[in-house]
Design a protein around this ligand. Structure first.
Ligand SMILES: Cc1cc2nc3c(=O)[nH]c(=O)nc-3n(C[C@H](O)[C@H](O)[C@H](O)COP(=O)(O)O)c2cc1C
Length: 198
């Protein structure tokens, strides 16, 4: 781990050891391992326990891979081609809340899907896999490829793979292949009112 990943206060190493590499070996992932990652995501907290998240996965050696992979921007294709699986994370924009029989807008659908993605990523780290979130894809094309109904937002695509040496990457990506840092806590956290260090 680099100096970039020194925590200011004591935390479990899991939180600094998770990062988003782009160099993957190309090793395939067993379906039950992938299910374990998605199982972790399933247990994420959500507003009113609405569980708005939905996941569609494709593994590289299956026919489902290409239609999803093709929606990634070129930059992401250049490294995600060696991932073992891609997981499309979606969320239901509406929910039926307790005390109601009507479906209504769920303002927390994306927030909750984010919690599920984080759980997936941490579980991947615990099992020696890496998960790398992506926003760089053609959303309309992906919606068609995966047949996502209208009431669902596409949140992200996640590449999952076994880490490889950075030499498998194109030269311009090799310099980026290291865990990055974070803003200081004082710029992110304030007591009582919205006053942060510049
Ligand atoms: C929603 C989301 C979208 C992202 N989109 C991309 C992407 O399209 N391409 C990429 O290479 N990395 C992408 N990233 C990775 C971020 O750049 C990375 O998570 C961030 O720099 C923090 O680094 P770390 O995950 O290694 O701690 C994305 C991450 C998230 C959570």
């Amino acid at each position: 781990m680099t100096d970039m990943r020194q925590s200011e206060y004591p935390i479990d190493p899991l939180f600094t050891e998770r990062w988003s590499p782009r160099a993957f070996t190309g090793e395939s992932i067993a379906e039950d391992v992938l299910m374990t990652l998605l199982e972790a995501a399933r247990w994420a907290p959500s507003s009113y326990n609405a569980q708005p998240w939905r996941f569609v996965y494709v593994r590289r050696e299956t026919p489902g891979w290409k239609p999803v992979f093709d929606t990634l921007v070129e930059f992401n294709q250049s490294w995600a081609q060696r991932a073992a699986a891609l997981v499309v994370i979606m969320s239901a924009k509406e929910a039926v809340f307790p005390g109601s029989t009507e479906s209504e807008l769920n303002p927390w659908h994306s927030f909750d899907a984010g919690a599920a993605w984080a759980s997936l990523a941490f579980q991947a780290t615990l099992l020696g896999w890496a998960a790398h979130g992506m926003a760089g894809f053609d959303a309309d094309q992906l919606r068609q490829a995966v047949q996502v109904p209208e009431g669902y937002a596409i949140e992200a695509v996640v590449a999952i793979g076994k880490r490889a040496d950075k030499s498998v990457l194109p030269a311009e990506l090799q310099s980026l292949e290291a865990p990055n840092g974070r803003l200081p806590l004082a710029q992110l956290v304030a007591e009582g009112t919205f006053r942060f260090e510049a």
